[in-house]
Design a binder for this molecule. Sequence first.
Ligand code: ADP
Ligand code: ZN
Length: 216
Amino acid sequence: MRLVILGAPGAGKGTQAAILSEKLQVPHISTGDIFRSNIKNETPLGILAKQYIDSGSLVPDEVTIGIVKDRLAEPDCKNGFILDGFPRTIQQADSLDKMLGELGTKLDKAVDIYARDDVIIRRLSGRRVCPECTAIYHINSSEHARKGICGNCGAKLIQREDDSEETVKNRLKTYHLQTEPLISYYKGKGLLVQVQGEGSPADTTAEVYQVLGLTE
Ligand code: ADP
Ligand code: ZN
């Protein structure tokens, strides 16, 4: 399956994309993870991306589109992929359409995970992530998060710099302005499915499976 996952920051895109990637045995492509790993390794891309990410705005389209184009051309994407955090602008969505057309394929669905801003603000302040394996935890639901140690790999968990309250507010502003229009965009193409993202991750997964016709 070829899927894009839409939703505000903190709606649960990354969590659901990781589950779907495992379930469908296709790669999970997170532009945010790609940027963060470049920031960690201090590559030229990382140095460029960091200023945008830290302020809660988007990395310029021409940069992001190039990265995704290269990634989708890799052989492991032949049988499908889960795009998490891309597209985030109409221009990115149009480019994705074009890229897939050139590869002789197209999207199956766009899954929108919706959650209100106040739910998101509360959620992101309790989020902890693993800098080594990108696992995500929440202090309300995970002992690993409360202890600060990754359950997968044992690394010390961190709070993402862009999960500070000030930056979260900017990310939400950016989302409403630049990314939310993609909901109508994919509705117009007949590809949109929507699920509730305000409950537990398992509740959301159940809805995602249902809208995609997958069995548990
Ligand atoms: P979230 O969805 O929780 O904000 P992500 O890890 O998807 O987290 O993204 C983190 C940051 O990386 C974004 O706020 C943005 O600055 C940058 N980023 C990620 N994906 C894109 C994209 N498709 N286009 C532009 N910037 C992006
Ligand atoms: Zn880990």
